[in-house]
Design a protein around this ligand. Structure first.
Ligand SMILES: Nc1ncnc2c1ncn2[C@@H]1O[C@H](COP(=O)(O)OP(=O)(O)OP(=O)(O)O)[C@@H](O)[C@H]1O
Length: 320
């Protein structure tokens, strides 16, 4: 996206994290909402914060944005303190405000142009309206926009000033499938242009699609962290399924596999191999097909999704 409207920023290479949170604690009276949380967002990457309702995601994001004070711990946003250095940070970070901020009566385009006017080098507001499918409602006041249009306009306002880091708290909540894809594409472009993104979401497909790193939190604590691939493969007993003629003598297959594997014919002609599916195991199974001269079909490795991982770790399903 190297056009005039590119979302690129000019800040040079750095290895300093875009966001670094260590030992963060936030209490509301007796209730500890965030309980010693650590996060690290690498520059130019997307970190997804996942957690069930009440896990502490919004509280964490609002502390990072400088809207709430922490009770303990250290937060560095682009190397700065979100409260003490708030003025300097405002120009460098993007925040999605719900409810249109202070201007619910302003027209969509007016609002976006006003946000753009705070930046020395904004993205073209007309281009952003177009990309987010808002061109047709440019002259509609914020309060008359649909919920999904308001959501997309809030995103546009958050990024129009070419921030180095954006905080997106459930950016696609309530959007239809088409609008969700528009937003995903824009977030992906942001990353492509070097913007760092902290995203909270309940949508596993959103995290799997967009995030470089995922942190799963529950009761204000990190319960797992890693790339989506790390998390879905960690400890996973993947399954290998295939279709083949009925009544294969699978005992012969088991002789070729390492100890501990099982193979069952789950329905006539449908087979399931239980056990970790490594490239070697896959090769052994296909070599066995060749040896017995069987053309197996529908051969597939079933992996766990982030939803399965989340359920295992928290005992709860995510809202979807
Ligand atoms: N202002 C407040 N006063 C008292 N308790 C609060 C306040 N804000 C949040 N909490 C509590 O802190 C905990 C964490 O809330 P938070 O909104 O950060 O969670 P969340 O992960 O963003 O949840 P959700 O997905 O439902 O938005 C919850 O138990 C919530 O009830």
């Amino acid at each position: 996206m190297s056009t005039d409207n590119a979302v690129s920023t000019d800040r040079g290479a750095t290895t300093r994290p875009a966001l670094h949170v260590t030992g963060l604690v936030k209490r509301y009276d007796e209730h500890t909402a965030v309980d010693g949380l650590d996060l690290r967002l690498e520059p130019g990457s997307i970190l997804a914060l996942l957690g069930p309702n009440g896990a502490g995601k919004t509280t964490t994001v609002e502390i990072c944005e400088g809207f709430l004070t922490a009770d303990a711990g250290c937060v560095r946003v682009l190397g700065l303190d979100p409260i003490a250095d708030n003025d300097a940070l405002r120009r460098r970070i993007g925040v999605m405000l719900q409810g249109g901020g202070a201007y619910p009566g302003a027209r969509a385009e007016e609002m976006l142009r006003l946000c753009a006017s705070y930046s020395a080098d904004p993205i073209d507001p007309g281009w952003l309206l177009d990309v987010l499918g808002l061109a047709d409602c440019a002259r509609t006041s914020f309060r008359r926009l649909s919920g999904g249009q308001q959501q997309r306009l809030s995103l546009a306002c958050a990024i129009v000033g070419r921030p180095e880091l954006v905080f997106l708290d459930e950016p696609t909540a309530g959007l239809d499938a088409h609008a969700r894809i528009l937003v995903w594409e824009l977030i992906d472009r942001l990353r492509g242009d070097g913007v760092s993104v902290l995203l909270t979401t309940h949508l596993m497909d959103e995290a799997e699609e967009l995030a470089d790193d995922v942190v799963i939190i529950d009761h204000g604590r990190v319960v797992a962290a890693g790339t989506p691939a790390d998390l879905t493969s960690r400890g996973a007993e993947n399954e290998l399924r295939f279709s083949a003629p009925r009544g294969l003598d699978v005992a012969l297959l088991l002789l070729a596999l390492p100890e501990g594997y099982r193979c069952t014919e789950t329905a006539p002609g449908s087979y399931l191999v239980h056990g970790p599916v490594t490239p070697q195991v896959l090769a052994t199974v296909t070599a066995w097909f060749a040896k017995i001269d069987v053309l197996a079909t529908d051969l597939r490795v079933e992996t766990r999704s982030l939803s399965d991982v989340f359920l295992d770790l928290t005992g709860r399903a995510l809202r979807s």
